[in-house]
Design a protein around this ligand. Structure first.
Ligand code: C2E
Ligand code: MG
Ligand code: MG
Ligand code: MG
Length: 292
C-alpha cells in the first residue's frame, strides 16, 4: 500500500509539473504577441507626500489582459518575460508609454514624477542608459521626473556591475529607487554602496505595525532613519490602513503608496482621483515636526 501511495504521489507531482510547464509555454507563446495585439496597458498608482497626502508621483504598473486567458498578473508573466528574453521589448514599451504619459501630465501643469519598474536583464542590456536618455529627449521630459525602480533581487547579482550600471543611469539625470527593500535580499551594508535616491520599504515591513496603532514599528523605524541618514528619500509601500499610515508617519517617513491612497488605475482616471484625494483627505494640519 505504501508503495502504491508513493507512486500516486509521484504521478500527481508529475501531473502538476506538466500543467505548470504547459501554462508557462502558453504564456510565453501568447506574450510574444501581446504588444502587437494591444493586450498590454499601464495603470498608475499614486504616491503621496506624508503627512499631507498631497500626490507627488505615480508608479506605472503593467497589466496584461488576454482574450481567453483573462487578466494575467505581473507576478506570473514578468518572470516568463524575463526567462524568455521578451522582457527587453516589453520593458522598452513600458518605458515609452510611461514617458508619453508623464510628458502629457507635465504639459498640463501637473507637478508629478513617474516611476517605472526595471528588470535586472534590462538594466544589463547594452546601452540601456542611452535608451532611457533617448526616450526622455524624444518626449521632452526632464530626466529628474523619471524614477527607475530596481528590485532587491537585482542586488543579489554582481554588485560591482550593478553599481556601474546604476551610476550610468543616474548620470542621465533620472532617479533610482530600490524597490521592495526589506523583503529579504539586500543588506544594510550593500545599501550604503548603491547609487540610489529613493528607498521603497516593502509592504511586508509596512504591514507589521498593524497592531500598534500610532506607534512606529521597530523595523520601519530603523529603515526610515537609516535611509534618511544615508541621504535617501524613503517611501513606504503597501499602506492599506490608517493605522499603518500613522505608524509610518510616526517613523518619520515622508512618502507613501498603497491601497489607502488608491490602487493602480488607468491614466485618465488618475487626475480625477488625485483631485479627490486632495480635497477629500481632510485631516487636520498636523503640528510641525522637529527634524529627526
Ligand atoms: P512592485 O513594483 O513592488 O509593485 C507594487 C505591487 O503592490 C503592485 O502589484 C501593486 O498593485 C501592489 N500594491 C499596491 N498597493 C498595495 C497595497 O496597499 N496592498 C497590497 N497588498 N498590494 C499593493 P502588481 O501591479 O501586481 O505588480 C507586482 C510586481 O510586478 C511589481 O511589484 C513589479 O515587481 C512587477 N511589475 C509590474 N509592472 C512591471 C513592469 O512594467 N516591468 C517590470 N519589470 N516589472 C513590473
Ligand atoms: Mg515597484
Ligand atoms: Mg515594491
Ligand atoms: Mg514587488
Amino acid at each position: 500500500y505504501a508503495k502504491q501511495r508513493g507512486k500516486n504521489r509521484v504521478e500527481r507531482y508529475q501531473q502538476r509539473y506538466d500543467e505548470l510547464l504547459r501554462r508557462r509555454g502558453t504564456l510565453e507563446a501568447e506574450l510574444r504577441h501581446a504588444i502587437d495585439r494591444e493586450q498590454l496597458r499601464l495603470v498608475f498608482q499614486p504616491v503621496v507626500a506624508l503627512p499631507s497626502m498631497r500626490p507627488v508621483g505615480a508608479e506605472a504598473l503593467l497589466r496584461w489582459t488576454h482574450p481567453t486567458l483573462g487578466a494575467v498578473r505581473p507576478d506570473e508573466f514578468i518572470p516568463v518575460a524575463e526567462e524568455s528574453g521578451l522582457i527587453n521589448r516589453i520593458g522598452s514599451w513600458v518605458l515609452e508609454q510611461a514617458t508619453i504619459q508623464l510628458a502629457e501630465w507635465l504639459s498640463r501643469g501637473h507637478d508629478v514624477w513617474v516611476s517605472v519598474n526595471l528588470s535586472p536583464k534590462e538594466l544589463h542590456a547594452a546601452d540601456y542608459a542611452g535608451q532611457v536618455a533617448d526616450v526622455l529627449e524624444r518626449h521632452g521630459v526632464p530626466p529628474q521626473r523619471l524614477v527607475l525602480e530596481v528590485t532587491e533581487h537585482a542586488v543579489a547579482t554582481d554588485m560591482e556591475e550593478l553599481i556601474s550600471r546604476l551610476a550610468e543611469l543616474r548620470a542621465t539625470g533620472v532617479r533610482i529607487a530600490l524597490d521592495d527593500f526589506g523583503a529579504g535580499y539586500s543588506s544594510l551594508g550593500q545599501l550604503r554602496t548603491l547609487p540610489v535616491d529613493i528607498l521603497k520599504i516593502d509592504h511586508a515591513l509596512v504591514a507589521e505595525p498593524e497592531s500598534r496603532t500610532g506607534m512606529a514599528a521597530p523595523l520601519v523605524d530603523v529603515v526610515v532613519r537609516m535611509g534618511h541618514r544615508l541621504g535617501l528619500e524613503v517611501l513606504a509601500e503597501g499602506i492599506g490602513t490608517p493605522a499603518q499610515r500613522a505608524a509610518v508617519e510616526e517613523a518619520g517617513c515622508r512618502l507613501g503608496q498603497g491601497s489607502l491612497f488608491g490602487w493602480g488605475v488607468p491614466a485618465e482616471h488618475l487626475e480625477a482621483q488625485l483631485r479627490t484625494l486632495r480635497q477629500g483627505g481632510s485631516r487636520p494640519v498636523p503640528a510641525p515636526r522637529s527634524a529627526p
